[in-house]
Every structure is written in structure tokens, then in C-alpha cells.
Design a protein around this ligand. Structure first.
Ligand code: ATR
Length: 280
């Protein structure tokens, strides 16, 4: 039986597509914890009231996704270091009645690469495609792990410049036209753009991975489909590839630990469950 005192949630708008309930409910069952984790659809206009009512609603905390991550950042009473750096909150918890916000996306990104491409952070320069919210988390992860040469390319150059400026030394912004030259000596290519996402077919590759050196690792934060056209092209060239599903799984773990007191493991069984749910 779910313990009414052990409630957590994911909120977004829309939220029906979220795989977070599957992940957390798998862990709750696996670790024999009598808690619950549910999806809650909250329209932007109602989000502040939802946050204000968390404690009264009996929640331990929850996850926040599109379009509430920036609003959550503004509304929480305390933030962790990652949230401060990234400017967005994806995980909430209560401390002495105060709603606190953190960001576990950078952790998820790094842990996914640690699992599937160990040594990724000692492989030379990183090239990040895109400069939106996801890119902020990726750049924070790269900085935290000591990658010293981070290059950002974006369709809208002003956003790349803003991101580079936000993180400072070692992070540079470039025009799309420079992509091939920037790839020639890069050890890690990260796609954070929506090119490759299901529904965006026919828009082409965000970059041509054949321009990368043989030791390069290619990763995409998109996980629908699991193998994006970029990852397929990279794999055909013999490059190491890491899909984005592990980032989703790993970003979930710190929140679960905060709410339910157990650090859950990202296992092949969990991955298989979500792959099956995605229709793979
Ligand atoms: P997220 O929070 O997922 O990063 P976002 O802030 O909307 O979402 O950012 C999406 C990223 O994909 C941006 O870098 C965007 O480029 P712009 O800043 O120029 O908009 C990039 N993107 C989306 N569609 C694209 C396309 N057709 N070609 C190139 N880049 C694209």
C-alpha cells in the first residue's frame, strides 16, 4: 500500500508523455518502498499556486519539466549550486517547510557518459551543438568535470555567445559555418538541438560526424528515437556513441534519494523497461 506521507510527482504541461512515473514507480517497487509518484498536469498560470501548496498536499517533492523549469527556478526558496549555474530547476524537495530546487540534468548527462563511455572527460575538446536550456546543463556538466575547451555552435549565434559568456573561461561560441573546423580535433560531440527528435525528420543532421577524429565520442540528449540519425551516422563511421536515455534515467536518481531515502541504481533492467515503453 502506498504510504500517504511518501508522495512525489512530476509536473509539466503537457505531462502525459513523461517516462518519469515509470522510472520512479519501478524503483519504489524494486526497493519495497510504499511511496507513490504521479504525473500532475499544471498549466503555467497555476504553477506558483501548485508550489505553494506542496507541503499541504502531502508531497515530499517532485520533478519539474517543460515549461516550468525556469519558473521553478524563480519561485523556490533555496537552490542548489547546479540550479544556480544552469538557471533552471528540475527537482524539488521540502526542507523545514521551504520549497528547495535543484538541477540534476548535468549529473544525468555526466553519469550517462561515465556509464557508457568512461574517460569521456579526458578525451579532448567538446563541441556542443545548440544553446538552449539543455545546452546549459551540458556545459555545466562539462565545466564541472574539468573539460577545458568547450565549443558552442548554434543556429542563433547570440544564444551561443550568451551561453559562453555565462560560463566564462574555456567556453567559446562559434558560427555554424565553423562546425567542420571545430570538429577536426574534438573528442566529444554533444547534440542538444531538436534536430533528430522524432517529428523533426527531414531536417538533416545537426553536424556531419565523419569530420570527427577516430577517438571521438558522439552523444545526443534526444532519446526518441533512441538512435538518432546523428548517432547512426557516427556509429557507421566506427565512432563511440551514447544515446540520451541514460541521461533521463540518471537525472532521476538524486531526486528519488531525496524523497525516499534510497539511492536507486540505474540498471539494465530499468533501461529495458523504458526502452520497451518507448516502443523499442
Ligand atoms: P532545450 O531546452 O531543449 O535546449 P530550446 O531552448 O528550445 O530547448 O533549444 C533548442 C535548441 O535547438 C536551440 O539551440 C535551437 O537553436 P536556436 O537557438 O537557433 O533556436 C536548436 N534548434 C532547434 N531547431 C533547429 C534547427 N532546425 N536547426 C538548428 N538548430 C535548431
Amino acid at each position: 500500500m502506498p504510504d500517504p506521507a511518501m508522495k512525489a510527482f512530476v509536473t509539466g504541461h503537457p505531462i502525459a508523455h513523461s517516462r518519469s512515473p515509470k522510472i520512479h514507480n519501478y524503483w519504489l517497487e524494486h526497493y519495497g518502498i510504499g511511496g507513490s509518484y504521479e504525473a500532475v498536469d499544471i498549466a503555467p498560470a497555476d504553477f506558483a499556486a501548485f508550489l505553494a501548496g506542496l507541503a499541504a498536499g502531502g508531497f515530499r517533492g517532485g520533478n519539474v519539466t517543460i515549461p516550468h523549469k525556469e519558473a521553478a527556478f524563480e519561485l523556490v526558496g533555496r537552490r542548489d549550486e547546479a540550479a544556480e549555474q544552469i538557471g533552471a530547476v528540475n527537482t524539488l524537495w521540502l526542507e523545514d517547510g521551504v520549497v528547495c530546487g535543484g538541477n540534476t540534468d548535468a549529473h544525468g548527462f555526466a553519469a550517462n557518459l561515465d556509464e557508457h563511455a568512461p574517460g569521456w572527460d579526458r578525451n579532448g575538446a567538446a563541441l556542443v551543438l545548440g544553446a538552449g536550456g539543455a545546452a546549459r546543463a551540458v556545459v555545466h556538466a562539462l565545466r564541472t568535470r574539468g573539460v577545458g575547451d568547450i565549443r558552442i555552435v548554434n543556429r542563433t549565434p547570440a544564444r551561443a555567445k550568451e551561453l559562453a559568456h555565462r560560463f566564462g573561461v574555456g567556453v567559446s561560441a562559434h558560427e555554424v559555418a565553423a562546425t567542420e573546423a571545430l570538429m577536426a580535433d574534438a573528442g566529444l560531440l554533444v547534440n542538444t538541438t531538436s534536430l533528430g527528435l522524432q517529428g523533426h525528420e527531414g531536417q538533416g543532421l545537426p553536424a556531419d560526424p565523419s569530420r570527427l577524429p577516430a577517438h571521438a565520442i558522439v552523444t545526443d540528449i534526444v532519446y526518441v528515437p533512441l538512435e538518432t540519425p546523428l548517432l547512426a551516422a557516427a556509429r557507421q563511421r566506427g565512432l563511440a556513441t551514447v544515446d540520451g536515455l541514460g541521461m533521463l534515467l540518471h537525472q532521476a536518481a538524486p531526486g528519488f534519494e531525496r524523497w525516499f531515502g534510497v539511492r536507486p541504481q540505474v540498471t539494465p533492467a530499468l533501461r529495458a523497461l523504458i526502452v520497451a515503453d518507448l516502443g523499442g
